[in-house]
Ligand binder design. Structure first.
Ligand code: FES
Ligand SMILES: [Fe+2]
Length: 379
C-alpha cells in the first residue's frame, strides 16, 4: 500500500520483493537536499558513469570537459590513441585549468597548460615543464638556487580517473578500487560491442533542464505503463502488449515491438523493435527501431529537484536527411511529454504528503532502479 505522511506510518527500506508493500524508495530520497549531497559520493563517486563518445575526440590532443557531481574532469585523446581522463585540477596550487569544453565543440591542444603559473602537462598527464621561476630562488633570500629540489614530473602528474569503454562509449569511475566496467555492464557490454557503434557520428545534442529529481526521470524512462495515456503519437505504431522489460544487475532493457516490420536497413540492430537500455545510475542507450542510428541520454542531477537531460543523436552522416530531422523532432516531442509528467510527479512528491509509493508488477524496472539506489546509500 501507499504510505502517507500522516505521522502514523513508518517507511521501510525498499524490499527485494516486487510484490512487497515496501517496494518503492521512500519519497524523501527524491526531495531531500542532504540526499542529493550524499549521492555525489554514494552513487556518482562509486559506479561507472558515462563521460562521452570517443568519436568526438578522434585526434591526439582532442578533449572535452565534463562535470560529475562536484568533480570536473578533462577527457582527452592521448598520443598513443587511448582515451584518458584527469581531474581538471593543476598539481601546483590546484587551479582549474581548462575552461568548459563541450563534446559538441571539443578543444585541441598538444599539451594541457594551467593558465595560472603555466605548469604544462603531457596528454598522458605527466608534468612536462614548469617556468624558469620554479628553478631559481632569486626572490627568496633564504634559499640558494642549488638548494632547490627539482620537481619530479611523475609525482606532480595530473590526478587520473579510471576510464574504460563499451565500444566508443567512454565511462569514468572515481572510486579507488572500482568494480570493473564489464561487471557493472554485464550482458549490455557484449550486446553493444557486437554492433558497429563506431561507424556513427554525433549529429545533434539537445540539452534540457527539467524540474524534477533525476531518479524521477529515470523511473519514467524505465516503464511504459504511462505511454498509452501520454504518448499517443508514438504508441500508435507499437505493439505495447508485446513489449518486454528485461532486468539485469545494473541495467534493464525495454523492448518496444513495432506493429509493422520496418526495413532492416533502417536499424543498426537486428531485432524488429526499438531497444532502450537504462544503465545505472544515469545513462541510457536508445536503439531506434525506425531510424538507422542510435541515441544516448545523460540524466545529470543539478540538485534534489532538478536535473539536466543531455540527449545525443548518432547517425552515419552528421548532415541529417529530412527523414532524420523528423525523427529527432518526434523524439523531442516524446521528451517534452515526459518532462510534463515528471515535473508533475515531483510537485506531488514535494508536497510532502506521500512517504512511500507503491509500485505495480510491471514496474519491476523502476523497482530495480529504486533497489540500486537503496543499495548505494547503504554501502
Ligand atoms: S596553479 Fe596551476 S600553475 Fe600554478
Ligand atoms: Fe514517456
Amino acid at each position: 500500500m501507499t504510505r502517507w505522511n500522516n505521522g502514523r506510518d513508518e517507511v521501510e527500506p525498499v524490499s527485494p520483493d516486487i510484490t512487497d508493500e515496501t517496494n518503492a524508495l521512500p519519497a524523501r530520497y527524491f526531495t531531500d537536499p542532504a540526499v542529493h549531497e550524499m549521492e555525489k559520493e554514494a552513487v556518482f563517486g562509486r559506479y561507472w558513469v558515462y563521460a562521452g563518445h570517443a568519436n568526438c575526440i578522434p585526434e591526439p590532443g582532442d578533449h572535452f570537459t565534463r562535470n560529475i557531481g562536484d568533480r570536473e574532469i578533462i577527457v582527452v585523446r592521448t598520443h598513443d590513441g587511448d582515451v584518458e581522463a584527469f581531474y581538471n585540477v593543476c598539481a601546483h596550487r590546484g587551479s582549474a585549468m581548462v575552461e568548459e569544453t563541450p563534446m559538441t565543440d571539443p578543444g585541441n591542444a598538444n599539451r594541457i597548460q594551467c593558465p595560472y603559473h603555466l605548469w604544462t602537462y603531457d596528454l598522458d598527464g605527466e608534468l612536462a615543464s614548469t617556468p624558469k621561476s620554479f628553478e631559481d630562488a632569486r626572490l627568496n633570500p633564504d634559499l640558494e638556487d642549488e638548494d632547490i629540489t627539482p620537481i619530479d614530473p611523475d609525482e606532480s602528474a595530473l590526478m587520473s580517473v579510471h576510464t574504460d569503454r563499451i565500444g566508443p562509449f567512454v565511462f569514468v569511475n572515481f572510486d579507488e578500487e572500482p568494480m570493473s566496467l564489464a561487471e557493472q555492464a554485464g550482458t549490455m557490454k557484449t550486446e553493444l560491442e557486437s554492433l558497429p557503434l563506431e561507424e556513427y557520428q554525433l549529429a545533434r545534442r539537445i540539452v534540457s533542464e527539467v524540474e524534477c529529481n533525476w531518479k524521477v526521470f529515470g523511473g519514467n524512462y524505465s516503464e511504459c505503463d504511462h505511454c498509452q495515456a501520454n504518448h499517443q503519437d508514438w504508441v500508435k505504431d507499437l505493439e505495447l502488449l508485446d513489449s518486454e522489460l528485461e532486468v539485469d544487475d545494473y541495467h534493464w532493457i525495454l523492448h518496444y515491438k513495432h506493429g509493422e516490420d520496418v526495413d532492416d536497413e533502417m536499424r543498426i540492430h537486428e531485432e524488429h523493435e526499438a531497444k532502450f537500455y537504462y544503465f545505472w545510475p544515469n545513462f541510457t542507450v536508445n536503439m531506434y527501431g525506425t531510424a538507422d542510428g542510435y541515441g544516448t541520454y545523460i540524466i545529470d542531477p543539478i540538485d534534489e529537484g532538478r536535473f539536466q537531460l543531455v540527449a545525443d543523436y548518432y547517425f552515419k552522416d552528421p548532415d541529417l536527411t529530412e527523414e532524420e530531422e523528423t525523427f529527432i523532432r518526434t523524439s523531442r516531442q516524446l521528451q517534452e511529454e515526459d518532462f510534463e509528467l515528471v515535473e508533475r510527479q515531483q510537485r506531488g512528491l514535494d508536497s510532502g504528503a506521500i512517504a512511500q509509493a507503491r509500485l505495480g508488477p510491471n514496474e519491476h524496472t523502476v523497482h530495480r532502479l529504486h533497489r540500486l539506489a537503496q543499495e548505494a546509500y547503504e554501502a
